[in-house]
Write a protein that binds this ligand. Structure first.
Ligand code: TRH
Length: 381
């Protein structure tokens, strides 16, 4: 019998919670043929990254996953054999009680946020007994080393990416209303939180010596873009040119189309968690904006990934990558945007070669779905 899995996702803000939960649910169902039920408390947010989702359906099937609306009071159901709580989202009390009545009780896993920090490996897999019920929760930490929970990357991602680049990139650009890039043009995607460094970046791009096309999915950064351009609002489909820079606002797409945008672009600005991993797996250079946290905790996260990512790069290229990432994240000791961008441009070829090698290296870390399945098999033995 194939084991059953329940995944719980509470959407707090943005798309990272549902983005990771959905990608994981799909991966477990598709690659491991598991019976997966995904409980989501905000189906409208879910619909933004997966338009096939019906936001009013209590139960529906999407991509081999049973999607259930997580409502109060919680439905009376038999818990699955493996229960994943995404990002400490706190399971419904009635469901916890039902878990405790199962014999043997389900394996209960709390999926944590991804980080490149070294403490992650020490905390990965640690148990925590429930204070009242005969249940143990295990903490599962995705990460960048083999002794962590690994990364949420599909088994066939690199093959799909390479086939896309060979066969479908030109038609993808046409669908977006663009022609093929000119030989000296740089195509950049920009997915970001509001960022004080953005106007200076746009100025640097407008002053670049070669054409630069920036593609911006609709979202939090649009008001800042509009202000830079001097207009009140900016809708998807609208295009604006200043100097070398051509700015396109795109509709927010489904997860798979967003992957194709990352594969098609030469450089990707990404944020948070899931888009950052996708950009790394795209085998193209990236600039990461860490999710802002209280007490600047995200600066440590940023520096941890930056340090891992630049390993093996020649000193000047490592410095250029680090400076641009740090400048984009507002670190006080980073150089200003103009020189940071110029330095990155000067090292572009080296950084591109490194990005290809880094994507191959990611394959040695291990995949989150495989690691979860192995963990569950060992614990349920
Ligand atoms: O949306 P985010 O900023 O999510 C954040 C982070 O995950 C952060 O760590 C977390 O604490 C916070 O949410 C609550 O960035 P992230 O993680 O990259 O998630 C974005 C998702 O949206 C990802 O799955 C890709 C998807 N996406 C699309 O499907 N279509 C699009 O057009 C774009 C731009 C993104």
């Amino acid at each position: 019998m194939r084991p059953t899995w329940d995944l719980f996702c509470n959407v707090i803000d943005n798309y990272g919670d549902i983005g990771v939960a959905w990608r994981l649910a799909r991966g477990l169902a598709r690659e491991h043929k598991l019976i997966v039920r995904l409980w989501v408390d905000d189906l409208r947010a879910f619909q933004r990254i997966w338009p096939a989702v019906d936001p009013d359906a209590v139960t529906q099937r999407c991509a081999d996953v049973e999607v259930r609306a997580w409502c109060a009071p919680f439905a009376e159901v038999t818990p699955a054999q493996v229960v994943i709580e995404a990002f400490g989202c706190a399971l419904p009390e009635s469901y916890l009680d039902a878990m405790a009545r199962q014999s043997p009780p389900p394996l209960w896993i709390n999926l944590e946020y991804l980080s490149a920090e070294s403490w992650v490996a020490e905390h990965h897999g640690l148990p925590s007994p429930h204070p009242r019920l005969p249940l143990t929760k295990y903490f599962f930490f995705p990460g960048y080393t083999p002794n962590t929970g690994g990364l949420l990357i599909e088994r066939d991602l690199s093959a799909c990416r390479d086939t896309f680049r060979q066969d479908s990139a030109a038609s993808f650009w046409r669908q977006l209303g663009l022609g093929a890039p000119t030989p000296d043009e740089l195509r950049v995607s920009l997915f970001a939180y509001e960022n004080p460094a953005l106007p200076a970046l746009l100025d640097a791009w407008a002053a670049d010596t070669r054409p630069l096309t920036c593609l911006v999915p609709e979202g939090r950064v649009i008001p800042q873009l509009a202000a830079w351009r001097g207009v009140a609002d900016w809708q998807a489909g609208d295009v604006y040119q200043r100097g070398a820079l051509r700015l396109h606002v795109l509709p927010f797409s489904d997860q798979d189309t967003y992957d194709r945008l990352l594969w098609a672009c030469d450089l990707n600005f990404v944020r948070g968690e899931d888009s950052c991993v996708r950009a790394q797996a795209a085998a193209r250079p990236l600039v990461w904006q860490a999710y802002p946290q209280a007490g600047r905790a995200h600066w440590d996260k940023l520096d941890a990934l930056r340090a891992r990512y630049v390993e093996g790069l020649p000193r000047e290229a490592a410095q250029a990558v680090g400076d641009l990432w740090r400048c984009w994240n507002g670190l006080p000791d980073a150089p200003p945007m103009g020189p940071s961008w110029a330095a990155w441009r000067a090292q572009q070829g080296t950084i591109e070669a490194h990005a290809r090698g880094w994507a191959v290296h990611l394959g040695t870390v291990g995949r989150l779905t495989d690691k979860l399945v192995d963990f569950a098999e060992n614990k349920l033995k």
